[in-house]
Design a binder for this molecule. Structure first.
Ligand code: DX5
Ligand code: ZN
Length: 222
């Protein structure tokens, strides 16, 4: 999935998949060449919704070797980091708004052998990342308020990405964007500097995932 100078990856957000047939969904995604599966972990406390837990991740882990990218929208994430590792997660992102000792949390995620991301809400300034860019593997810019799939993209999010890219400078920190990404704005997402595009409804609205992925990649690099 690369074109010219723009390299990017699409990470389907499993929340928008057919939850009654997650194993099959993953098999179908595997056959398209998708490499990353994004799991939205919500606790009904940090965000007003509840989604997947460890038994679901563990079960799916046995079915695939694709990268499990867990986006933790939970309170007290520190308490569960090891459990996420045991459940088979490869990447873990934690919210700057939910982690009082985020520097320690990031160190712990890495110590457990996972890739560490910092997620930041639309209403939080990039200044909250000061001092963290040397310790995170990626930054997740939320382009909707966390809690639900299928919401509308918040328009100034690509400006935030551009600003973040400047702040990252020559560090090897990747930028992930999450919320309301679809065919209509995928090109702008890539041009603004996003490396990983999380897509829920914008991806799973395609009946055939291979066709959808091709169409999205073409549009992104048009
Ligand atoms: C929102 C989640 C997103 C969401 C994306 O809290 O973090 O990953 O499921 O879904 P769409 O792409 O439909 O906005
Ligand atoms: Zn997410």
């Amino acid at each position: 999935m690369a074109s010219q100078n723009h390299k990017f990856q699409i990470a389907p957000s499993m929340l928008a998949s057919d939850l009654s047939a997650l194993g099959n969904e993953i098999k179908m995604l595997e056959s398209t060449g998708i490499e990353i599966l994004h799991f939205d972990i919500m606790d009904g406390h940090f965000v007003p919704n509840i989604t997947f837990g460890f038994p679901v991740l563990e079960t799916l882990r046995k079915k695939t070797r694709l990268i499990f990218d867990a986006h933790l929208m939970i309170a007290d994430a520190d308490r569960y980091l090891e459990d996420f590792k045991k459940a088979g997660c490869d990447w873990l992102s934690v919210h700057v708004e939910a982690c009082p000792h985020i520097h320690r949390t990031l160190q712990q995620i890495k110590k457990l052998g996972m890739v560490a991301g910092v997620a930041i809400n639309p209403g939080t300034s990039l200044d909250a990342l000061n001092g963290l860019l040397d310790f995170a593997d990626f930054i997740l810019i939320m382009s909707v308020n966390p809690g639900f799939g299928g919401q509308s993209f918040i328009e100034n999010s690509f400006e935030k990405v551009r600003d973040l890219k400047k702040r990252i400078g020559n560090r090897k920190v990747k930028i992930q964007i999450d919320g309301g990404i679809k065919k209509e704005n995928i090109r702008d997402a890539v041009l603004s500097g996003c490396d990983i595009l999380v897509m829920g409804t914008g991806f799973f609205s395609y009946k055939d995932y291979k066709t959808g992925l091709n169409e999205l990649c073409l549009e992104a690099t048009r």
